[in-house]
Design a protein around this ligand. Structure first.
Ligand code: PHE
Length: 342
């Protein structure tokens, strides 16, 4: 019996085999236990010999079981360590990290530069009423500017005769919403998405603008020019960039100006901030009295400037990107080529 069990325990492959052996040998109905029960039928002399022998056997089997259990656990651990071994000297696999999209980056740069000049950020809805997008900005229903803007109109249910909502065609409605709520004086920018039904190399149906608005008692075009030259110098990281104001017309400003920045073409390369060429970058002007009134600000007391600039457009200029549409293709190779992908 002893040899049989000690050999079987030594050969046991795993813990469940050990447990089977334990039950067979020293379990309640195990072979050794049954033998111990027979002690009662023995003569005292026989019992004196068999008793201690059986007890010793039981102890021996139990400690063999325990020892084997430890050995099996050691072996399992060894195997795991061998299997899970790793070579820390292997070169790492390259990891692709996400990165900021150029439009987001320029958006943030604009916010930061204007913040230093005391402009806070205002926001408005991308779906707006035609009152905020047009009427309040002195663009009445018949005005050609409405047609020119290639507006996306939201569909209304049949029988609903309220004027339709529009996808805002510019960030200028935020001027109205801000002044309505906070009054004058104010100094804000409003970056955001705008929409026009237009598509070619320099137009996408969704693009980004940053609106500027500064209202106080005596703000003038001179302040506008200073703010913009500060901005462009900081944005393009070139000191003393010059701007040129060209008389223009917007219904919501009077007078109005389109603003160009200084540039040159060298060997087909556009250089910002030098030379005697000019590049149009934004529309601006003194906020029209009717616009102030529409927003609940008294034009007899307050005046100021507004401007609207294409974020994508200045991003194209800064990073030398020729096609606006590429911004919205989500092509990682393109992003990496312009230094934006990781
Ligand atoms: N809203 C005008 C546009 O989208 C830009 C603009 C803003 C012009 C503010 C003047 C003042 O073209």
């Amino acid at each position: 019996l002893r040899n049989k069990y000690l050999a079987a325990i030594a050969d046991a492959a795993d813990e469940s085999a050990l447990e089977t052996l334990r039950v067979q040998a020293v379990g309640k109905k195990g072979e050794v236990s049954l033998k111990m029960r027979e002690l009662g039928k023995m003569t005292p002399e026989e019992r004196q010999v068999a008793g201690p022998a059986l007890n010793a056997l039981k102890d021996e089997i139990n400690s063999a079981l325990a020892a084997k259990k430890v050995a099996l656990a050691d072996k399992a651990l060894d195997e795991r360590l061998r299997a899970e071994w790793l070579d820390v000297t292997l070169p790492v696999r390259p990891q692709r990290r996400g990165s900021i999209h150029p439009v987001s980056q320029v958006w943030e740069e604009c916010t930061a530069i204007f913040a230093e000049m005391g402009f806070s950020v205002a926001e408005g809805p991308q779906i707006d009423t035609d009152w905020y997008n047009f009427d309040a900005l002195n663009i009445p229903g018949h005005h050609p500017a409405r047609a020119e803007m290639d507006t996306f109109y939201m569909h209304r249910a049949e029988g609903d005769n309220r004027p339709p909502h529009v996808l805002r065609t510019h960030t200028s409605p935020v001027q109205i919403r801000h002044m309505e709520k906070h009054g004058a004086p104010c100094r804000i920018i409003a970056p955001g998405r705008v929409y026009r039904a237009d598509y070619d190399q320099t137009h996408t149906p969704m693009f980004h603008q940053v609106e500027g608005l500064a209202i106080d008692k005596d703000i003038s075009m001179a302040n506008l020019k200073w703010v913009l030259e500060e901005f462009f110098s900081a944005f393009f990281e070139i000191e003393g960039i010059k701007t040129r104001f060209r008389a223009s017309h917007f219904p919501f400003t009077e007078p109005s100006a389109e603003v160009d920045i200084q540039c040159s073409w060298e060997d087909g390369q556009l250089k910002i901030g030098q030379g005697d060429g000019w590049l149009e970058v934004l529309g601006s002007g003194m906020v029209h009295p009717k616009v102030l009134s529409a927003a609940g600000v008294d034009p007899a007391e307050w005046q100021g400037f507004a401007f609207g600039m294409g974020i994508d457009r200045i991003a194209m200029l800064k990073y030398g990107i020729p096609d606006l549409r590429a911004f919205f293709d989500s092509d990682l190779r393109w992003l990496r080529h312009y230094g934006f992908g990781a």
